[in-house]
Design a protein around this ligand. Structure first.
Ligand code: CP3
Length: 344
């Protein structure tokens, strides 16, 4: 039996204390992250510098002793590897050259070409595999095809993903080709991450909630099922975590339908509802509103304990419902960890 508690929870074990890690645990709320990022120059230079990317991945492990480390990278490196231009505007977020029609999709590189740009990411994983404490699980990740496509079509983050919805409705053939290319590129990328040392992979479908009905199946569920199935065929026993954020009642049955070992829950679903309707199929992760890391106090402790209790009857990995924000107080993270490990 492995001593890695994250792997045990993913295998379906109900543990007396849930293992814990945090989305965006390496980030701007930590002074040591800001220092290393300044040393790297900018965000993308940090992502592509294996020594420094490994260093920021390790910082929250040293500070808090989280049970998992997540590779430091970004979901938008894959579009860059497929030939899109990518840059980050400080204080605003990502910008990409846009893909708005069939010609744009046809102009991208084939999935098998992604390793040329992404090879430094595999080096980061090799360093982490060497340096992580033996009880800490190493998580690799990628964006889900739909979410990555929303950024590629719009060239930036959007509140409603309107440009991607427009392309999928006006030219479903071209949009389907983009989704297929991203699906294949993601399989290549994650398979290489596993070979380099990732023990678990997670797919972020941050904008899954904007897909309804058959579109949800076609553009979120089916590509994620294809990626999960192919990765498990190539790497037998590999645990896969899927995060169809704001999927609402579509969380029900999502793990069974895709073959995932765990679904990550955002903070819009109720923990007791999710225990009864989602955790019945296996491990769940997440659910604490990231705002508690800013506001802290008794509400943070009470909500943390409520979530731990709600999921105590089955496999559970404690996490936030979305990434921690730059204005969070590092002391509140400590309070959350104490509330989880101190018992519910
Ligand atoms: O979780 C982790 O700590 C691992 C690293 C990680 C980052 N981004 C680092 C990052 C992961 C897993 C991501 C995923 C990611 N990136 C998602 C999916 C998850 C989610 O949040 O919904 C998305 C949509 C992106 C795209 C992205 N990257 C945006 C929209 C932004 C700008 C917003 C922001 O917070 O500034 C980024 C930048 C980014 N990615 C930062 C970090 C630490 C901040 C960059 C900086 O240091 O200036």
């Amino acid at each position: 039996m492995t001593e890695k508690t994250i792997l045990r929870a993913l295998a379906g074990e109900t543990l007396p204390v849930p293992p814990i890690w945090m989305m965006r645990q390496a980030g701007r709320y930590l002074p040591e992250y800001k220092a290393t990022r300044a040393q790297a120059g900018d965000f993308l230079s940090l992502c592509y510098n294996p020594e420094l990317a490994a260093e920021v991945t390790l910082q929250p492990i040293r500070r808090y002793g989280f049970d998992a480390a997540i590779l430091f990278a970004d979901i938008l490196l894959l579009p860059q590897a497929l030939g899109a231009d990518l840059w980050f505007v400080t204080g605003e977020g990502p910008r990409l050259s846009t893909v708005t029609d069939a010609a744009g999709v046809a102009g991208l590189k084939p999935a098998s070409d992604v390793h040329e740009v992404l090879s430094p990411i595999y080096e980061t994983l090799k360093i982490l595999k060497r340096e992580l404490p033996q009880e800490t699980t190493l998580i690799g990740f990628a964006g889900a095809p739909w979410t990555v496509a929303t950024y590629m079509v719009a060239g930036r983050g959007t509140p409603d993903q309107a440009p991607a919805h427009k392309l999928k409705d006006e030219d479903p053939v071209a949009f389907g080709k983009l989704i297929d290319l991203l699906t294949e590129g993601t399989i290549e990328y994650l398979s290489a991450q596993v070979k380099a040392g990732a023990e678990v992979v997670k797919l972020f479908d941050s904008w899954a909630g904007s897909l309804k009905g058959a579109d949800f199946d076609r553009y979120s569920l089916e590509p994620l099922k294809r990626i999960t199935t192919e990765l498990k065929a190539r790497h037998p026993g590999l645990p896969v975590i899927l995060f169809p954020r704001e999927a609402g009642d579509r969380y029900v049955g999502f793990a069974k339908a895709t073959g995932a070992d765990c679904v990550a829950l955002d903070n819009s679903v109720d923990a007791d509802w999710a225990a009864a309707n989602v955790q019945v199929d296996g491990c769940v992760q997440g659910n604490l509103a990231p705002g508690h890391m800013v506001t802290g106090g008794e509400a943070l402790v009470a909500e943390t304990k409520r979530i731990v209790k709600a999921f105590s009857g089955g496999p559970h990995i404690f996490n936030l419902g979305h990434g921690i924000t730059p204005d969070a107080d590092p002391e509140n993270v400590l309070r959350m960890i104490e509330a989880v490990r101190g018992g519910a």
